[in-house]
Each structure stands twice: as structure tokens, then as C-alpha cells.
Design a protein around this ligand. Structure first.
Ligand code: HEC
Length: 309
């Protein structure tokens, strides 16, 4: 057994946690783990548990994927993992301030749930070629778009073959409902040498409806926490509920010109639904509140199925 492996085992035993990923923040250890993966093409990807981050996986010695970092705690966790560059593929504007403070650069390549456009693929290729040092690729939850982007970067780097890339999507929990993401990985061919590649930017413009939805999603999750968490926080649940309702109202008013009547009707229904929720929050009717929140989620799904996925 080489000295390096002995150190690796030593560090793992010495660490506070004995999860397999406990040492992966150090590249030397990540490489050791990676070698064993190549032996078995069906080996699962390492899942890491980090404060403030969810669904974190290691794709190869340099590439990780997971959920969007939100507060300082999650940026600190990324820093500890040795991450130098963060790639966001979701519609929210990256938090450049917190990233900079933690010594990391951002690259923003927003993609939809319907698949990875050719332009975005070329940006991922450029990132795969040019970015030095460990990279963290994220969408919002780290389940659908982020893993698809990370799989594409792995294919561009040659660290994943098609079979492993698809295995990764499966393990990350990428829903089969987003068939465009699966198809774009299944059919992806690394573009030829010399193909002109787009500039990489730290913050890309996104459609106003996407920005509004990212905000809606944020409020909805906060609302769930306040209305159903322990302890419950009815006052803030009410406050966030109002913000959520206004976001639906305003995005319908300002950004829905390109959408048809059904879409507009559903946006209004969501607004009404939240109004009902507020009445139930006021009455302190917890059972009704829970049922309403669940029902509300099905409105998100109904519309995404028709207009987004
Ligand atoms: C009436 C339709 C409709 C409803 C209701 C709706 N959405 Fe959306 N949502 C959309 C559309 C359309 C998009 C895609 C916009 C685009 O890509 O141009 C979207 C995109 C999103 C996105 C992706 C943003 C990004 O980063 O790209 C999230 C997250 C989201 N919605 C969350 C929610 C949640 C949570 C709810 C319910 C609480 C909800 N939406 C309700 C229509 C809707």
C-alpha cells in the first residue's frame, strides 16, 4: 500500500465524519477515490453532505454538482471543498458578492427545464476547457438542470462516458418528466475542435418571467417552512404569503404578454389560492393550511407541464 493511500485512510479515520466524501475536499484524496470508480462503470457517484447545500455529488476529481448556495454558510462550505469557480444554470442572478468574498468566481449559463440549447452546450464546453481548479455546478435544487449541466461538462472533459453520464442523472434524481434534459445528454456529441465558443459571463440576462418564477419559488419554499415547520411562524407565513401573491399578480400584469389566456387564467387562480390560504392562516386552521399548500403545489405542476417542461 502506497504512502499516499495510507495518508488518505489516516485522514478519513481521523476526520470527524467517516462518510466516504470526508476527504474529498483535498484533491489528492478525490483522485484516489476516482481511480476506483473507473474500475466499475456502475459505481455510484459520491454524495456529499455539506452545510447549506443539498444534493451535492462529485462527478470527477474537479467537478461537483448540487443545489444553489444561499447564505454565507453555503459559500463557506464551497470554499472548504476547494471550489474555485461556481457555474449557475438557473434563472436567479448569482450572488456575486458572497462568491467574491469567499474567493470564488461565478459563471452564469442559464438553461431551461426543456433541455440544453446548442449555445449553452458550447458555453459548457468552453467552461470545461478553460476553468482551472474545482468547479461547483448548480441549479436551484440540484436535481434536474444542474446535474444535466454537470453531466455535459463531464462528457466534455472526457471524465464521463455516455453511460456514466446517464447513470449520474438517475442518481441525482433528474426527473424523467424533463425528457429534454435526458435527450440532450443521450444525444450529446462533443463539438469539433475549432468550433467558435461563446464568451463566459458572470451574470447573464434572463427573461423577466424566469426571474419572477425564481422569486416565486423562493417565497413558496419560505412559506412552507414558516407555515409547516416546527415551531410554526404564522406571522412570517402571512408576510411571505402576501409577497408571493404580489409576485403572481405583478408577473401576470407585466410579463405575460407572450402567453395565452389559459396561462393568464392559471396565474390568477394561483393568486386566488394564496388569498384563501391567507384567510386560513388568519383563522389558524392548520389542517386547511396544509391541504391548501399541497393543492397549491399542484397548480405549479399543472402550469409547468403545459408551459415550461
Ligand atoms: C400559470 C403558470 C405557472 C404557475 C402557476 C407557476 N409557474 Fe413556475 N414557471 C412557469 C413558466 C412558464 C416558467 C418558465 C419560464 C421560462 O423559462 O421562460 C416557470 C419557471 C419556473 C422556475 C424556473 C426558474 C428558473 O430558474 O429558470 C421555477 C423554480 C418555478 N417556475 C417555480 C414555481 C413554483 C414553486 C410555483 C408554484 C408555487 C410556480 N412556479 C407556479 C409558469 C408557472
Amino acid at each position: 500500500m502506497s504512502f499516499r493511500i495510507l495518508i488518505f485512510i489516516g485522514l478519513c479515520v481521523w476526520g470527524t465524519s467517516i462518510e466516504p466524501a470526508c476527504c474529498q475536499s483535498q484533491n489528492i484524496d478525490a483522485r484516489t477515490v476516482d481511480t476506483s470508480e473507473k474500475v466499475n462503470n456502475h459505481a455510484r457517484f459520491h454524495s456529499l453532505s455539506r452545510p447549506g447545500l443539498h444534493n451535492v455529488f462529485q462527478i470527477d476529481d474537479q467537478v461537483y454538482s448540487g443545489s444553489g448556495p444561499e447564505g454565507k454558510q453555503s459559500f463557506d462550505a464551497l470554499k472548504k471543498m476547494g471550489i474555485k469557480t461556481i457555474i449557475s444554470v438557473d434563472g436567479t442572478q448569482p450572488n456575486l458578492k458572497l462568491a467574491k468574498a469567499a474567493g470564488m468566481k461565478y459563471i452564469h449559463i442559464p438553461i431551461g427545464y426543456d433541455g440544453i440549447s446548442e449555445d449553452a452546450s458550447l458555453s459548457f464546453l468552453r467552461a470545461a476547457k478553460e476553468v482551472k481548479g474545482p468547479v461547483y455546478i448548480h441549479c436551484h435544487h440540484g436535481r434536474h438542470r444542474g446535474p444535466a449541466a454537470a453531466a455535459m461538462v463531464g462528457l466534455c472533459r472526457g471524465s464521463l462516458d455516455k453511460q456514466r453520464a446517464l447513470l449520474f442523472l438517475g442518481q441525482a434524481g433528474t426527473s424523467k418528466d424533463y425528457s429534454g434534459l435526458w435527450k440532450d445528454i443521450r444525444q450529446f456529441q462533443v463539438p469539433a475542435e475549432g468550433t467558435p465558443l461563446p464568451e463566459l459571463v458572470e451574470s447573464a440576462p434572463v427573461e423577466p418571467m424566469v426571474t419572477a418564477m425564481a422569486q416565486i419559488s423562493h417565497y413558496y419554499e419560505e412559506l412552507l417552512k414558516k407555515a409547516e415547520g416546527t415551531p410554526r411562524d404564522e406571522k412570517n407565513a402571512m408576510r411571505i404569503s402576501v409577497l408571493l401573491r404580489e409576485e403572481f399578480h405583478e408577473s401576470l400584469r407585466k410579463h405575460s404578454d407572450d402567453y395565452d389566456d389559459t396561462f393568464k387564467k392559471w396565474m390568477r387562480e394561483s393568486e386566488m389560492e394564496i388569498k384563501q390560504l391567507e384567510a386560513e392562516l388568519k383563522q389558524g386552521n392548520q389542517k386547511q393550511v396544509s391541504a391548501r399548500l399541497k393543492q397549491f403545489k399542484s397548480q405549479c405542476k399543472r402550469c409547468h407541464k403545459a408551459y415550461r417542461n
